[in-house]
Design a protein around this ligand. Structure first.
Ligand SMILES: NC(=O)C1=CN([C@@H]2O[C@H](COP(=O)(O)OP(=O)(O)OC[C@H]3O[C@@H](n4cnc5c(N)ncnc54)[C@H](O)[C@@H]3O)[C@@H](O)[C@H]2O)[C@@H](O)CC1
Ligand SMILES: Nc1ncnc2c1ncn2[C@@H]1O[C@H](COP(=O)(O)OP(=O)(O)O)[C@@H](O)[C@H]1O
Ligand SMILES: [K+]
Length: 507
């Protein structure tokens, strides 16, 4: 198993509060000092990003996020920039460090005025210090209006800690959220910044740790880890000099019903390009010659049903079940044969690390109860996109996207094994670990990307990686290859464009 403890921790709002408390109470750093450091870090980022702002407008709320904003305004004012603070909500409710920050800014001559409709001037840089990790529930009307106005202003926008209106825990928009160009997040990265609507709201994310003691971090370990491809690759030993193809694993990809022959080809080619020793494709007879013409390294076989498939599965390490599988009776037979094969010799399967990767119509068949396949089971990696996840949990896509962390955990609890919830900020869960990959880009919103991913994960399993490691490395590799292939343009990216960069990244 890879060691995930060195990956960057992602925190919930409650964990962040516990961390703050620890730093203040045990670390002896006053809350006001943390606030001043946060403001200074954000100011530095603002100047790096927009070196000559003609004006700075800071929209402040009544909590400590607003306090950060007041101190940033104070710094900007001292540096001679024209600054206005627009106060949203009743200033009489401001207390503690935030109140001291406001008083300091006022005493130093910062212009502070109540936020009003159309108050924002159309110049300079806007700073969002309205709501941070203290947001609870859907945003209330006054804050909603301020968020809409900030987004409509058409100005460069820097969010402090988290774009206002974004849920720090889930990455869901709570009614309305600021769409920032950059976000300066403080102390630790919040988990909602990296998945769901988070990435679209945050712009570039910059973490300022503001000197929180290591002991505070150690006392409050994160529950989610953000994956770094290169540190995972560094944990995967190189091939032995005398390796032969039998050492590198056997994969069978199963699918490609009528009209979907390309899906099975993509999965097979991806498995080969990610280092599987031998790859077979079990598909409709009519796809075999096209598959062989494009990819002669794959062993393509036409299968009429479950009885033809079973012998092909006997001596394999990983089965990718689902690319273009369809939902016909042929599909159901193959689905059942693959699930039975893995289940009937569970002991052998454990000994050989034989694992199923179930994707696409494999997941739809599973959701529909095809073949009476029992679960939970540990010998599979399920790779649903949000629509498939909704079918597997009997809910709708919006409910999945509203809390992707909860969804991936619910899927894993119900179905067992390792679950990958795809989409921006893909999540990987085995019941003990909760991992996030933020590689990938909207160019991947094109047919065949998922087929490639199932081939990648199957290849990594076949080469001996544990299911969690194969899923984690596979998802990162797939997304990073798409980032590399997209270059400056995302439209028109094809799933097959990922094959060459994946191979380069694997080294
Ligand atoms: N010592 C600390 O705790 C530090 C906190 N920092 C900042 O403080 C923030 C957290 O501060 P707080 O806990 O005071 O919370 P926030 O300032 O994020 O939010 C609380 C405020 O939002 C309002 N609010 C809550 N839910 C709302 C809703 N649904 N609609 C409209 N308004 C709503 C509350 O009435 C309150 O005024 C962090 O995000 C960070 O920016 C930083 O200064 C670093 C140090
Ligand atoms: N906007 C995006 N940002 C990052 N990754 C994305 C984005 N859109 C799609 N992806 C990734 O592309 C893949 C698409 O898989 P899937 O929806 O199953 O495609 P298909 O069924 O067409 O093969 C997933 O790995 C998903 O995480
Ligand atoms: K904010």
């Amino acid at each position: 198993m890879f060691d995930y403890s060195t990956q960057q921790g992602l925190y919930s709002a409650a964990q962040t509060r516990a961390l703050d408390r620890h730093a203040i109470e045990k670390g002896g750093i006053a809350g006001g000092i943390l606030m001043a450091r946060a403001a200074a870090a954000a100011w530095e980022l603002l100047l790096q990003r927009w070196p000559e702002p003609r004006r700075i407008q800071v929209v402040c709320g009544t909590g400590n996020n607003g306090g950060d904003g007041y101190l940033l305004a104070d710094i900007a004012h001292k540096r001679g920039f024209p600054v206005t603070v627009w106060q949203v909500g009743d200033a009489g409710r401001i207390a503690g460090d935030a109140l001291r920050a406001r008083e300091q800014a006022l005493a130093n001559g910062v212009v502070v005025a109540p936020f009003a409709r159309d108050c924002l001037a159309a110049e300079g840089v806007l700073v969002d210090a309205l709501l941070g990790t203290g947001l609870g529930g859907e945003v209330r009307p006054a804050q909603y209006e301020a968020i809409v106005a900030m987004n409509a202003a058409g100005l460069p926008l820097l969010a402090l800690d988290i774009p206002s209106g974004l849920c720090a825990d889930s990455g869901r928009v709570l009614g309305a959220a600021v769409k920032a160009d950059a976000t300066a997040t403080f102390i630790v990265a919040k988990r909602g910044l990296y998945t769901g609507a988070g990435p679209a709201c945050c712009g570039d994310i910059h973490l300022a740790t503001i000197g929180v003691p290591r002991a505070s971090l150690a006392a409050n370990p994160a529950a989610v880890q953000r994956l770094d491809l290169y540190s995972l690759l560094a944990q995967w030993p190189a091939r032995k000099p005398d390796a032969h193809k039998g050492d590198c694993g056997r994969v069978v990809v199963v699918g490609g019903d009528d009209g979907m022959g390309g899906a099975i080809l993509l999965a097979a080619e991806a498995a080969l390009r990610c280092g599987a020793g031998l790859v077979s494709a079990a598909t409709r007879e009519r796809h075999v010659s096209a598959l062989l013409a494009r990819c002669p390294e794959a062993m393509a076989r036409g299968v009429r049903g479950g009885q033809d498939l079973a012998p092909m599965l006997a001596a394999v390490d990983a089965i990718a079940l689902g690319p273009g599988l369809g939902q016909s009776s042929w599909s159901e037979q193959l689905f059942q044969a693959a699930c039975d094969q893995a289940a009937c010799d569970q002991a052998a399967c454990e000994a050989q690390d034989k694992t199923l990767v179930v994707d696409a119509d494999g997941l739809n068949l599973l959701a529909g109860g095809a073949g009476g396949v029992r679960f939970p089971r540990q010998d599979w990696v399920l790779t649903p996109h949000p629509g498939e996840a909704a079918r597997l949990l009997g809910t709708d896509t919006a409910a999945i996207q509203a809390d992707r962390f909860a969804a991936v955990q619910a899927l894993q609890a119900r179905y067992g094994g390792v679950v990958v919830l795809k989409g921006k900020g893909s999540l990987i869960c085995d019941g003990r670990h909760l991992l996030l990959s933020d590689y990938g880009n909207p160019g991947m919103a094109s047919g065949g990307m998922g087929d490639v991913l199932s081939g990648v994960i199957a290849a990594l399993l076949a080469q001996g990686l544990a299911p969690l490691d194969a899923a984690a490395l596979g998802v990162c590799l797939h997304g990073a290859a798409a980032d590399s292939a997209a270059g400056a343009g995302q439209r028109g990216l094809l799933a097959s464009d990922l094959l060459a960069p994946m191979r380069e990244l694997l080294g």
